[in-house]
Design a protein around this ligand. Structure first.
Ligand code: SAM
Length: 269
């Protein structure tokens, strides 16, 4: 397979990546055969997997609108993914064009495509950075000059923390970012869970481990809630993806009790 123009040199086209598998699930076009195959295997195991991805994107959009309403004027989106419908800068800048958005992702395809679509937007940028190295990540964020650490930041960690193993200490990585942002900042998290559909979670976890070097770590609700240590959870707390402040019937992608993801938003007091 020839290397497409959007794939930077050095990207292994034989190895599935979570960013491109997720893009494939959402019907995007920045993925390779190996990613589509992995996503397809996931769908065979759990046919409603694309709905979970859509439900997660819908949570992201609602959380961004909620934070803009709460006064947030700058976003740091960590594990931002390959741009697709309803990107953070589109949702936020539609409400207030002055809002600044910095995307950070470990995946070179995600970063390259983000940079391409942000060309000409001086209030949004993308950096390649690893959440497992928060000090390095925060250093890169500071270098951009886009985020003012004296003002509240809307930190987004949407569908990324389940890609960190327990050894990667996800709660500690969240805490490092919490300590860097001022009071009045917000944190939005969504995370795949083993709470409601443990068998499906176990099958998908095993499939991901086989298909990609990066595993998916479905966690119980208590572990996800614990990631909000030092943040005051806003209503309704950590809940199933569609149950977090739904705005319309269209937000109910999954029936109650059937979501594979939990979500919440907290405010640093
Ligand atoms: N946040 C977007 C959303 O919810 O639609 C994209 C989520 S996508 C499932 C997860 C993203 O996290 C991928 O783009 C992946 O490359 C990125 N990621 C995984 N591990 C990461 C890490 N250690 N640091 C930064 N990004 C990471």
């Amino acid at each position: 397979m020839d290397r497409p123009a959007w794939a930077p040199e050095g990207v292994d086209m034989q190895q599935a990546s979570p960013a491109r598998m997720y893009d494939a699930l959402l019907g995007g076009s920045h993925n390779f055969d190996v990613d589509r195959k992995a996503a397809e295997l996931g769908k065979q195991l759990v046919p409603d997997l694309p709905r979970v991805a859509l439900s997660n994107r819908a949570f992201l959009r609602r959380a961004v609108r909620f934070l803009v309403d709460a006064g947030v004027r700058q976003f740091l989106d960590i594990g931002s993914g390959i741009p697709t419908a309803g990107n953070v800068h589109e949702v936020a800048q539609q409400i207030d064009p002055e809002i600044r958005v910095l995307y950070a992702d470990i995946d070179p395809v995600a970063v390259a495509h983000s940079k391409a679509i942000l060309h000409g937007n001086d209030r949004a940028a993308a950096i390649e950075a690893d959440l497992r190295k928060p000090e390095e990540l925060l250093g890169k964020v500071r270098e951009t000059g886009l985020i003012d650490f004296e003002q509240p930041v809307g930190v987004l960690m949407v569908a990324v923390l389940h890609l960190l193993s327990d050894d990667d200490a996800p709660a500690e990585r969240v805490a490092a970012v919490r300590d860097a942002v001022p009071s009045g900042s917000y944190l939005a998290i969504s995370h795949l869970t083993s709470e409601l559909r443990p068998e499906d979670a176990a099958q998908l976890g095993a499939n991901a481990a086989q298909q990609s070097k990066i595993g998916i770590h479905f966690r119980p609700a208590a572990a996800i809630t614990a990631m909000f240590d030092g943040w005051d959870l806003v209503e309704p707390g950590v809940v199933e993806l569609p149950a977090w402040r739904p705005e319309s019937e269209r937000d109910h992608h999954e029936a109650p009790g059937r979501s594979l993801g939990l979500a919440g938003v907290g405010r640093k007091g």
